[in-house]
Design a protein. Structure first.
Length: 475
């Protein structure tokens, strides 16, 4: 397909993803009002407010009904005062504009307000002169705003918009801990570096794992080996233009890196406007669940519990850690987990799914001890097991062995036992704090076909379809 034909397709897409004049007017008026009110309240603190994100650069998507306001305090203000005044001003601004607010928590608490159908985050940070003075991630944002306002040509705003829509439709847009994808900042850096949307896709075709993109050319190519060692196990390295020692792409997962490569190649080969618009995924049905289990020959365990009262960026790392820890506990008792995953509707419910290769074991368990010529170790092994052995000690293949009664013959029994422990014990076993607290309150364990009870939740049923029908990726 010719470049002209591809541009025609992209222009058709842009007609659908550009904000309307009414939307632009609404957001411009609201952001102007918020800045006026906030700057008035910040004047007594020798501070200022800025709009952060894509709104000021006209790279926003109309589906995103939100924007961020950063309130910047002098560096000599204590952290306690920053939090106190930041929340006070944030709440007051939202109230003045007739909205409602709630407090959310990241590195600092901040105010999330709703004014009509628009969400506004009011986030406090420090005024710092350079990247070296940054105390938390939010302090870096004003530098990002300043850099992008200066470096991103206005004529490329639509190309950023195309890239965001393309990634969003394919569920890899966002650096949040749930998505682990490409942030809006990364999209804008890629357009600055490569130019047009099509140029980004062509460049991605040549990306290799640990690809390094240094927009401002801070590092010589001879330093790349050192950089890869510094950012070990990070699939893509994009040097942050405002901090040469930071990888701005650290959040991106290997799966999303390869998914981007796949969809870029696919679009260049067969451009299709539909790739910019998310296709609905049908929820898994009870009959399909039964068929999957029959075809796979594995057994499923699912733990359901309430959602902790934390923001998603805290929830998802804890859910993943809890999943891996439960997998590890089962492994310690010789049960084999084939694959695992976690889910939440981010409202009131969470679930951990464990797909078992081996979920039932014999009643007896053979313990293998030291080789017979290690006399002291042999004596310790015999002493440890002789009172509980139901057979032995005996020697096989030059090693001491005993047969003992296995405490847990089913993964289901062991899982329920572990989850029934007190909160302190759950935490000592490695379950993250917020997850442990919720499990102590209440949990349910579903096995195999009984998981179909959860399919009433359409979001969960979609998640389960994605679990069973993994997307095919390639190098």
């Amino acid at each position: 397909m010719t470049s002209q034909k591809m541009r025609e397709i992209l222009n058709d897409v842009l007609k659908k993803i550009r904000p309307t004049l009414d939307q632009r007017k609404k957001f411009n008026e609201l952001s102007k009002k918020i800045l006026e009110v906030t700057n008035e309240k910040m004047s007594k603190f020798r501070g200022r407010a800025i709009i952060a994100g894509s709104l000021t650069r006209d790279t926003w998507l109309p589906s995103k009904n939100e924007f961020d306001v950063f309130i910047i305090f002098p560096k000599d203000l204590s952290e306690e005062s920053l939090e106190e005044y930041g929340l006070k001003i944030g709440k007051n601004v939202i109230e003045v504009l007739g909205g409602t607010w709630r407090i959310e928590y990241a590195q600092h608490p901040y105010v999330r307000g709703s004014i009509g159908d628009v969400d506004v985050d009011i986030v406090p940070c420090y005024e710092v002169k350079s990247g070296e003075e940054i105390q938390s991630a939010v302090d870096r944002t004003p530098f990002h705003v300043k850099y992008l306002d200066k470096k991103l040509p206005r004529q490329l705003s639509d190309d950023v918009r195309l890239l965001k829509a393309f990634l969003k439709a394919n569920e890899i847009y966002g650096a949040d801990t749930k998505t682990e994808g490409f942030s809006g900042y990364i999209c804008e850096l890629l357009i600055i570096n490569y130019g047009r949307f099509e140029s980004v896709l062509r460049a991605i075709n040549d990306w290799k794992p640990e690809e390094i993109i240094d927009v401002e050319k801070y590092w010589d190519e001879k330093d790349y080996k050192k950089l890869r060692k510094k950012f070990k196990e990070e699939i893509l390295i994009i040097i942050d233009p405002v901090d040469k020692n930071r990888n701005a792409a650290a959040a991106i997962s290997p799966e999303n890196f390869y998914k981007f490569k796949k969809i870029a190649k696919q679009f260049l080969k067969e451009p299709d406007a539909e790739m910019f618009f998310k296709k609905p995924i049908q929820p898994l049905t009870k009959k399909e669940l039964e068929l999957q289990m029959q075809n796979r020959g594995t057994e499923l365990l699912l733990v359901k519990f309430g959602k902790p009262d934390v923001v998603p960026d805290i929830l998802w790392p804890q859910l993943r850690r809890a999943t891996k820890r439960l997998e590890g506990i089962l492994h310690e008792y010789e049960f084999t987990v084939h694959r695992s995953d976690c889910w939440s509707n981010e409202k009131d419910s969470c679930a951990i799914i464990l797909e078992m290769e081996i979920s039932r074991l014999p009643l007896i368990n053979e313990k293998v001890g030291p080789y017979v010529w290690k006399e002291e170790n042999s004596r310790d092994f015999i002493k440890k097991y002789e009172s509980v052995a139901i057979n032995g000690p005996y020697i096989r293949e030059n090693a001491w062995r005993v047969e003992i009664k296995r405490k847990w013959k089913s993964a289901l029994g062991k899982l329920k036992d572990t989850l029934s422990d007190k909160e302190k014990i759950l935490k000592s076993k490695g379950l993250p704090n917020y997850i442990a607290s919720e499990i102590v309150e209440s949990f349910e364990v579903f096995e195999n076909e009984k998981i179909s009870e959860m399919l009433k939740d359409k979001e969960f049923a979609v998640f389960l379809r994605k679990y069973f029908e993994k997307e095919k990726l390639g190098v």
